[in-house]
Design a binder for this molecule. Structure first.
Ligand SMILES: NCc1[nH]cc(CCC(=O)O)c1CC(=O)O
Length: 386
């Protein structure tokens, strides 16, 4: 057993500096480091490497992908996917109180009073984030199995929509369509004998969308996962003259454990059981294509996948199978995971968030719903990207 002498400090430096041609000692390009190591890749009868006309070590490699990465300018020129604030939909939690409530499991997010919501909308708008989706916390005394508060014209959602559209007519306001915030059962639909009943729930959702559209909603986003709801909602909107209101369908919405912090924020945890009889099984990818085909045929304008990061394969499948715009929802649990790691100093928040959002685009998402929308737009602005 003999210890091989380590390369001298000088030669190590020459190697690691080799990206900057000016700093290279030309005599080193032949890499004879005088360490006495008994193998020289450019020597012998069958050398692994050759030398070029200048005597420098040469790998006879014509295709060198690193050329397209050689500077920030070059990388910028060839970049395939760029995240811009106009890709974002910013989810906002609201309640009918005159204070804001911090959300423990979502540091940096708050349940807003309506005044604070409008301020947050304004600040985001100035950063180029112009589309918002609203989620209400409803007091227990207004919750019922039929979710009738969902179509109260004076309810918090219609009031919030009117406020935003009045102050920012060019914004897009998106409303969630499902009964869960309004349900005393903590489910997305009406419960009968412990079951979430499909068609009667859709009856309620039709009233909910018309109520939202009358308030000025630009986009309605059914997140309930009842069968046939997109067609019914389209027909309800159209029959009331709202042919211009768009449908962003939660097409592939999975029965995910990543929604926990969202349910904390709205106090909307399922009252019993889980949501597996209506939301998709996380084990299934092909099933998303059934939902996508139905939603497209029923009149959806955009298709959404939810959650985001663990479901990027589903985003790609929908992108490859539908010409409709694809949205991905970077959900509350994903936000919480990043926040928690960053608070401990284990991840670099800005770098990891911008990477994550870019990965959504690479996977095929045209639209990204993210609680980081405003923050990311601020970072994009700070870095002078737009
Ligand atoms: N239908 C309600 C709804 N709309 C969006 C989310 C979750 C969003 C998030 O976790 O950020 C949920 C929760 C659920 O289905 O239980």
């Amino acid at each position: 057993f003999s210890v091989v002498a380590p390369p001298s400090v000088g030669s190590t430096t020459a190697l690691s500096d080799s990206l900057n041609p000016d700093s290279i000692d030309k005599t080193m390009r032949g890499i004879d480091d005088e360490s006495g190591f008994d193998f020289d890749p450019v020597a012998g009868e069958n050398p692994a490497l050759t030398r070029n006309n200048k005597g420098e070590v040469w790998v006879q490699q014509r295709a060198r992908p690193r050329r397209n990465r050689k500077s920030a300018t070059m990388r910028g020129m060839v970049r395939e996917n760029i995240v811009t604030p106009s890709n974002f939909i910013y989810p906002l939690f609201i309640h009918d109180e005159d204070f804001n409530q911090k959300i423990e499991s979502m540091p940096g997010c708050e349940r807003h009073s309506l005044d604070s919501m409008l301020k947050e909308v304004g600040e985001s708008y100035d950063l180029g984030v112009k589309t918002f989706v609203l989620f209400p916390k409803i007091p227990d005394e207004l919750k019922t199995n039929m979710g009738v508060e969902a179509y109260n014209p004076e309810g918090i959602i219609p009031r919030a929509v009117r406020m935003i559209k009045e102050a920012y007519p060019d914004s897009l306001v998106c409303t969630d369509v499902a009964l869960d915030p309004y349900s005393d059962q903590g489910h997305d639909g009406i419960v009968v004998d412990g079951k979430i009943i499909n068609d009667e729930t859709i009856n309620q959702l039709c009233k909910q969308v018309v109520c939202q559209a009358r308030a000025g909603a630009d986009i309605v986003a059914p997140s309930d996962m009842m069968d046939g709801r997109v067609k019914a909602i389209r027909d309800a909107l159209d029959s009331e003259g709202f042919t211009n209101v768009s449908i962003l369908a939660y097409t592939a919405k999975y029965a995910s454990a990543y929604y926990g912090p969202f349910r904390d924020a709205l106090d909307s945890h399922p009252g019993f059981g889980d949501k597996k009889t209506y939301q998709q099984d996380p084990a299934n990818g092909r099933e998303a294509l059934i939902e996508a085909a139905l939603d497209a045929a029923e009149g959806a304008d955009m298709l959404m996948v939810k959650p985001g990061m663990p479901y990027l394969d589903v985003v790609r499948r929908l992108k490859d199978n539908s010409p409709l715009p694809i949205a991905a929802y970077h959900v509350s649990g994903e936000y919480a995971m990043i926040k928690a790691a960053c608070e401990r100093g284990w991840l670099d928040e800005k770098a990891v968030v911008m990477e994550t959002l870019t990965c959504f685009k690479r996977a095929g998402a045209d639209i990204i719903l993210t609680y980081y929308a405003k923050q990311a737009a601020q970072w994009i602005k700070d870095d002078g990207l737009y």
